[in-house]
Design a binder for this molecule. Structure first.
Ligand code: ADP
Length: 227
């Protein structure tokens, strides 16, 4: 687990467009924070900078006390669940979940126990031996989350695109992510431009517009009355 701190975080693209503009924010260890705001306001850019998919133009990001700017993306102890989650259709569920752990040269017994416990947690134990092409999209989403949690990340980054599909599947995915936060204690940063969904989560909402944080408040009080 870890807190996340942004200090004057800024992203300017080569064409001069400022996508994230001087954002400073503190996210507590174990918190679930919703980043909300109109399309194009910079939410995903923030996630991509944390995950190392995008360079930071200026400012700092800390994970706990560690300055992320200086840490290679693969060493950041983060997991990302974006729409383009790379699952391998010709691998079975078990091997998809094992991939990141094998790259880290963990002992086979450790890998096995982590996969079994994550599969139990997500309710996919019975499909561990199935090829990805033989399971449903809803199950694939769970596999992607399983692959994220077996790495025991401190922070889980979720882009709403991940569960854009139908309403039931989206709700099920959100339930899983809420459980990952509550039961595993993993800090979650969740990006959405869906207002209904933001309301339904009952979590702290960071509302962004034009690259800036307009408000950051516990949902029930300030955010609700402002909108
Ligand atoms: P959100 O997630 O809030 O919808 P994004 O973070 O994806 O928004 O994008 C923020 C803004 O940055 C958008 O206006 C987008 O067009 C712009 N943007 C994204 N990538 C680039 C790029 N490579 N060059 C210039 N502008 C970009």
């Amino acid at each position: 687990m870890a807190s996340v701190t942004f200090e004057h975080l800024t992203k300017t693209y080569p064409n001069g467009f400022i996508s994230v503009n001087d954002v400073s924010l503190y996210i507590e260890d174990g918190e679930f924070v919703v980043f909300h705001g109109p399309s194009g306001c910079g939410k995903s850019t923030i996630l991509r900078m944390i995950g190392g998919l995008e360079d930071i133009t200026s400012g700092r990001i800390y994970l706990g006390k560690d300055l992320l700017n200086d840490i290679l993306p693969r060493d950041r102890r983060l997991a990302m669940a974006f729409q383009n989650y790379m699952l391998y259709k010709h691998f079975n569920v078990y091997d998809n979940m094992a991939l990141g752990l094998r790259l880290r040269d963990l002992p086979r017994t450790v890998i096995d126990s982590r996969i079994k416990s994550a599969a139990g947690f997500l309710g996919i134990t019975d499909i561990l031996g199935k090829k990805l092409k033989a399971i449903s999209d809803a199950q694939r989403q769970k596999v992607a989350l399983g692959r994220a949690i077996v790495c025991q990340p401190k922070v889980l980054l979720v882009d709403e695109d991940f569960a854009r599909q139908d309403e039931d599947r989206r709700r099920e995915m959100i339930e899983d992510i809420l459980r990952i936060n509550e039961e595993l204690g993993i800090t979650v940063l969740y990006v959405t431009n869906n207002y209904e969904e933001t309301l339904s989560l009952h979590k702290r909402v960071v509302y962004m517009k034009d690259g800036r944080v307009i408000s950051s408040a516990a949902f029930q009080r300030e955010y609700n009355s402002e909108n």
